[in-house]
Design a protein around this ligand. Structure first.
Ligand SMILES: Nc1ncnc2c1ncn2[C@@H]1O[C@H](COP(=O)(O)OP(=O)(O)OP(=O)(O)O)[C@@H](O)[C@H]1O
Ligand SMILES: [Mg+2]
Length: 188
């Protein structure tokens, strides 16, 4: 963990913390992956993580989104300890968006069906939902591939699908990735 570098791309005077990791430790088997990790992200800040392959960056995102739990330490979002919150509650309550390093779409659906599937969950109003899907198709230049199954897309085209969810279906507060910011998770 000592090899993960945190860098703040943007800092604001506001110092309301929206994400805090306190004294996080985690082992996979006997291998210590994270050891007493502390990290704080204030509202409006953008924070990135840099480090060698296998050092634990994606593991940190998985802890924040709730995919895995730490052996020790607290995950705090909007001043609430969320260790016991399952993924869906963190998503709904705190509106965390996450673009995973790999995948992040439905393999067997077309590009259009992928966007529709997410829009049906996130947007109630039908005409606004369709408008949003059309605008995403246009913004990400997906029209030529809209009826192709995700499995048959190129690597970059696949990435566009998960990126388009992330940009638009709409996580309020924070972005994490090899960049962390205000509250979307972007592991790329
Ligand atoms: N579910 C798991 N079970 C066992 N070991 C795991 C698991 N997930 C990750 N690891 C191990 O934890 C370490 C950290 O993995 P992680 O995916 O967080 O690395 P990373 O910093 O994101 O690397 P990269 O830059 O290659 O994406 C690696 O040694 C990996 O093999
Ligand atoms: Mg990774």
């Amino acid at each position: 963990m000592s090899n993960v570098k945190k860098f703040r791309i943007k800092s604001f005077k506001e110092i309301t913390p929206i994400l805090e990791l306190e004294k996080i430790s985690l082992k996979f088997g006997r291998k210590q992956i994270l050891d007493n990790l502390n990290l704080k992200l204030n509202n409006g800040q953008i924070l990135g993580l840099l480090g060698p392959n296998g050092v634990g960056k994606s593991t940190i995102f998985n802890l924040i989104t709730g995919l895995i739990s730490p052996d020790f330490g607290s995950i705090i979002i909007d001043s609430k300890v969320v260790n016991q919150y399952p993924i869906y509650q963190r998503t709904l309550k705190f509106k965390i968006g996450f673009v995973p390093q790999y995948g992040g779409f439905f393999h067997d659906l077309t590009v259009y069906e992928n966007l529709k599937a997410i829009a049906e969950i996130t947007i109630d109003n039908l005409s606004y939902r369709n408008e949003k899907i059309d605008s995403l198709i246009s913004k990400f230049e997906l029209d030529p591939i809209r009826d192709i199954k995700a499995d048959f897309l190129s690597g970059g085209q696949k990435k566009k699908i998960s990126n388009s969810y992330f940009v638009n279906f709409k996580s309020k507060n924070f972005t994490i990735g090899r960049t962390i910011c205000s509250f979307r998770c972007y592991d790329n």
